[in-house]
Design a protein around this ligand. Structure first.
Ligand code: PYC
Length: 328
């Protein structure tokens, strides 16, 4: 067989890609900056100082706006299987549910973890995963809660839009008031509406607890599909939409359902994405009205290799088609 690898000098970043219910995760294994040791939160801060890695692996031409990256790092807790820092096209994510499922399936495909229970350390706390099969993962998320119920925001072109504000590892505004059905053919309209809602929240100074920026907007509706409770559309911070039902968004949904007394602890909620991928969610009650959500979903590895940075490449740190934060 002829030589098929690049022979000239390049910096190499080792990665494995996966998708979880259609939403991509790019696990970065080697080739990034030295993050030192300590807590994963401290390593996250160091990663932020070396933002070239995020820009290189997420932005075009090596990535695209829907990719969530997961930078593998050393956990502080010796019991944890790994540390992981999630990144996207705007910066560093607190948590990422579909990404956690993707990382678990990828580490298993690499032979680094077996079936069964494992702990991953994230900057916002430890997350427990249970690998139920080589593809199916139940992920126990960080404590989630509803912060405010029935908040109405004035939105350009849409008028008043009402929703709940909840934490599921990221801040969400969850609303049943989409201007059109939550359906694949309406994705352009849903993207536009969600971006407007986000701007409306910013303009009105509406935040999560402790001033947390509400950077995810979720529209939802009841599903007509037997065995599915709801269908959602999740708008992500950088202007992309989540192809999956969104693990942190489903966690925020569970927190709202629990607060309304509409879902009992341990009962299953089937959440479908605008593209038809499904997660199963359930929760157990925690202190202070919080819930501990468990999100179960399937992931599959899709590619492995090296991202290359050849000397002289003007886009070695990615191509910003639009200034960061302008995707909405
Ligand atoms: O699954 O939590 C999630 C997520 C956040 C952003 C994209 N996916």
């Amino acid at each position: 067989m002829s030589q098929t690898t690049v022979q000239t000098a390049c910096e190499r970043i080792a990665f494995i890609d996966s998708h979880t219910a259609g939403e991509p995760t790019r696990l970065i294994l080697a080739g990034g900056p030295d993050l030192g040791g300590g807590s994963v939160a401290a390593q996250r801060d160091r990663l932020r100082e070396h933002d070239w890695l995020r820009r290189c692996v997420i932005h075009e031409p090596r990535g695209h706006e829907a990719i969530v990256g997961a930078v593998l790092c050393t956990p502080e807790d010796p019991q944890a299987a790994c540390g992981v820092i999630f990144i996207n096209n705007t910066g560093i994510l607190g948590m990422c549910g579909h990404g956690t499922i993707g990382v678990a399936v990828t580490l298993h495909a690499m032979g680094r973890i077996g079936l069964g229970r494992h702990r991953f350390e994230t900057p916002v706390g430890p997350v427990e995963v249970e690998l139920l099969s080589p593809h199916r993962v139940a992920m126990e998320n960080v404590p989630s809660f509803r912060h405010r119920q029935g908040v109405t925001v004035e939105v350009d072109g849409l008028g008043p839009v009402t929703g709940d504000i909840a934490w599921g590892g990221n801040w969400f505004f969850l609303s049943p008031n989409a201007p059109c059905p939550v359906a694949a053919e309406n994705i352009p309209q849903l993207l536009d509406a969600a971006a407007r809602v986000r701007r409306g929240l910013e303009r009105a100074g509406i935040c999560g607890a402790a001033g947390g920026e509400i950077d995810h907007i979720e529209f939802f509706e009841h599903s007509q599909t037997p065995g599915v409770d709801a269908r959602n559309f999740v708008f992500c911070p950088g202007g992309a939409f989540d192809r999956s039902p969104c693990g942190t968004g489903t966690s925020a949904t569970l927190a709202c359902l629990a607060a309304d007394g509409r879902l009992a602890p341990g009962a299953t909620w089937v959440q479908e994405s605008v593209l038809g991928g499904r997660f199963e969610g359930r929760y157990r009650a925690a202190d202070g009205g919080r819930v501990i959500p468990t999100i179960t979903g399937d992931a599959y590895v899709t590619a492995e290799g090296f991202l290359l940075r050849q000397p002289g490449d003007p886009f070695a740190e990615g191509l910003l088609q639009k200034p960061e934060g302008m995707g909405r």
